[in-house]
Write a protein of this length. Sequence first.
Length: 256
Amino acid sequence: MSEPAPRIGRPRIGWPRLGTSTELALRMAGVALGGQAPLPRLHEPEQQHVASPSSEPMVQLDHPRLDIWPHYSLGGWQDSISECWVRAQVAERLGRVCDALPDGFGLGIYDGWRPRALQARLYAAACADPALPAGLFAEPTVDPLSPAPHETGGAVDLTLTVGGVPAAIGTDFDDATALARTASLEDVPGPDREARRLLYWAMHEAGFVVFVDEWWHFELGTRRWAAITGAAPVYGATVPPGYGSCEDRTMDLDRS
């Protein structure tokens, strides 16, 4: 695994770089990755509000083939958390994905539920950097029926692990280049393309959808998930136990 960048000065988007190249991770673990089915055509339909938010509880992730690498906490971001919280059904389905992956593979989680104050900090940092593309982070909102994906507990940022090592599948997490687009490697044969395909289909089989601009970002029950699948969105803004309330998070955003 790559060493995290030292915590010097302000936190930086894209740091620390925690992934190891897919080819190297496979070689280190002595694991082979065969050809995978191509990705389908990916799209990003218009999203609707959450009309009837679910009260499904939040839980912490726990599975023997799942590792937590709390990216923003490791990067020293204020308002970040070191735990990974998601909706109960998201956790159950991620467990299904882990169980279905080939031997030697698992999931490495970079981020799940995200405090609204952290979402605001990331959004502001991205907007202030002219080198970063617009829309890198969802705009924070106080509307609980049109929340940023990570505020719902239904979004998760992850990668494949190989022998417990998180793979940088073509790019590392929070990469802002065109290579981060999920389908960017479809015409580039090699282990990165096959690893992205393996990850996509494993998550798809469990009901998740992927964000077209970020190969690592998957959602279930959210507004994006609903727009892509044709179902109704079920997850509105929420907070895990011990983290106050959505109203408290709104106050955090007002003060940021």
